[in-house]
Write a protein that binds this ligand. Structure first.
Ligand SMILES: *[C@@H]1O[C@H](CO)[C@@H](O)[C@H](O)[C@H]1NC(C)=O
Ligand SMILES: *[C@@H]1O[C@H](CO)[C@@H](O)[C@H](O)[C@H]1NC(C)=O
Ligand SMILES: *[C@@H]1O[C@H](CO)[C@@H](O)[C@H](O)[C@H]1NC(C)=O
Length: 467
């Protein structure tokens, strides 16, 4: 018995030893990865109700840093994850801005009317205009099972004093749009913001909606109410978005990436320069899917296939890619003009009831982690964005966004270990290291057991391996 325990201790120690280089690698050239978990301000939802809140100056890591990942989920007051079939997370968005020192932006300020001399958008590098999809991070129902990790040695650089206008400070806005569908007559309809279910004919600002506007964000703004089954009773609940941010301190070993978000509804014009570099982009963000029985597209397997061409006003190496789609989505991709796939991102639908696996909801999107340097986008190159939806049913307010991270540089070759590490994405790296751990561990166990058996000549030693 004592010797079996020795074997397990040896294995445990090996795990510890092997974890050292592993965590150094994870930290990126020796930089330590920091993790912080924050709670959003609380929001309260009853059956059918909607909250679409813009929280300014939310908790966020400070200093000159490089962001490595951002994950989030809705939880209740006890800290339990709340499933999408109760609280549908339409989207959450994290955006950067610069505010004049001493000025406070209230949650209730109309975000469209902030004083421009006190507030400067710190939007991403993307091509949509007019504050559209300017966020650094943002996902919806898929948030629990979508990888957001940025591989080493890359990161999103923020808090750079050189980029913050004089007299201003950098802050973060968190927008959370959540719909409580407990007791809803039509859960999918509520999540797709169908105007009839919300009994909405004028928008948030009192403007009459176009008669052909059947659904979308204009019908499920803050404090609207979706139709619930008659007599349904449910308590109002206090909820939070719990978000986890990982980052490293910024230094020359971290290569910065830029964020670009493309939108399948982007209507844009080439200007005289004939490239998209100075093009005007109008991103509507939402669109509708007409049912195939009304469009005569049933022969195409009821697949709504939307494609647009976009001229890239930048060049660089693709580091990460992910699409955002709503229920009914069947996949999205970014292609070169010759048809080469740069990144394809497919939805995962849940199959059960528990949070992260809710049947009928998109609970995750696959992501792309190309080999560093493997995919280069040239400045001025035309790419094709594609978004597919099932058109078996009518859908309103769906989205087809594509989020990519692009780096100017590939890592310079360094010591062999780092080169190997950088050549792998972190998931492969973890797998390899664990395989090594398991093999060495198994060898150690066998060695100890064999030694034990050699010393004592017993039969029992072999049983340890089977445990
Ligand atoms: C905006 O801020 C500037 C400077 O702080 C101030 O002079 C101006 O009156 C403000 N404008 C409005 C409309 O509040
Ligand atoms: C729908 O809204 C109209 C006016 O906005 C109101 O008169 C009507 O009672 C509402 N219907 C329901 C079912 O709430
Ligand atoms: C989208 O649908 C088309 C068929 O219309 C198919 O060729 C393509 O592979 C699909 N793309 C994705 C990303 O699933």
């Amino acid at each position: 018995m004592a010797n079996n325990n020795d074997a397990w201790w040896l294995l445990f120690e090996l795990l510890l030893i092997l974890n050292l280089p592993y965590s150094q690698a994870f930290g990126g050239n020796g930089n330590k990865i920091n993790t912080a978990v924050f709670l959003s301000p609380e929001f309260v939802l009853g059956p059918g109700s909607v909250e679409n809140r813009f929280y300014y100056n939310v908790d966020f890591p400070k200093g000159h840093i490089a962001l490595k990942s951002f994950n989030a989920e809705v939880i209740d007051e006890a800290g339990n994850p709340v499933p999408l079939h109760e609280t549908y997370l339409h989207h959450w968005v994290v955006a950067r801005y610069f505010v004049r020192k001493g000025v406070e932006i209230s949650e209730f300020d109309d975000h469209a009317k902030l004083n421009k001399s006190d507030y400067i958008s710190g939007r991403n590098s993307g091509i949509c205009q007019d504050e559209s999809v300017g966020q650094f991070f943002g996902l919806g129902s898929e948030t629990r099972k979508t990888a957001t990790y940025i591989p080493n040695p890359y990161g999103i650089e923020v808090g750079n004093p050189a980029e913050i206008p004089a007299g201003f400070e950098e802050q973060w806005m968190l927008n959370i749009h959540a719909i409580d569908t407990r007791g809803a007559e039509d859960k999918l309809g509520c999540t797709e913001c169908r105007c009839d279910l919300y009994n909405i004919t004028v928008d948030e600002y009192g403007r009459t909606l176009r008669p052909d506007y059947k659904g979308g964000l204009l019908c499920c703004y803050d404090r609207t109410q979706c139709k619930v089954k008659q007599g349904f009773k449910g308590v109002r609940r206090t909820l939070y978005l719990r978000y986890t941010v990982k980052w490293v301190d910024m230094d020359s070993s971290v290569l910065p990436v830029k964020i670009y978000i493309f939108d399948i509804t982007d209507t844009w014009k080439r200007t005289r320069s004939s490239t998209g570099i100075n093009a005007e982009h109008q991103c509507k963000v939402e669109y509708d899917i007409e049912p195939c029985h009304s469009t005569g597209l049933a022969d195409d397997g009821c697949n709504d296939n939307k494609r647009i061409s976009l001229d890239m006003p930048f060049g660089g190496y693709l580091i990460y890619g992910v699409a955002h789609q709503h229920s009914g989505g069947t996949g999205s991709a970014l292609y070169r003009e010759d048809g080469q796939v740069l990144c394809s991102s497919l939805p995962t639908y849940g199959e059960g009831e528990e949070p992260g696996n809710e049947a009928g909801y998109i609970v995750g999107m696959t992501t792309c982690y190309p080999q560093p340097g493997g995919i280069k986008i040239s400045r001025g190159e035309t790419l094709i964005l594609e978004s597919n939806y099932s058109s078996i049913k009518h859908h309103t307010g769906v989205m087809g966004l594509f989020y990519i991270l692009v780096a100017d540089q590939v890592p310079k070759p360094m010591h062999t270990l780092h080169t190997v590490i950088q050549a792998q994405d972190s998931i492969t790296l973890i797998t390899i290291l664990w395989v090594v751990v398991v093999i060495i561990g198994a060898v150690a166990v066998i060695a100890v057991v064999v030694r034990h058996r050699f010393k004592h000549g017993g039969e029992d030693g072999y049983e340890a391996i089977g445990i």
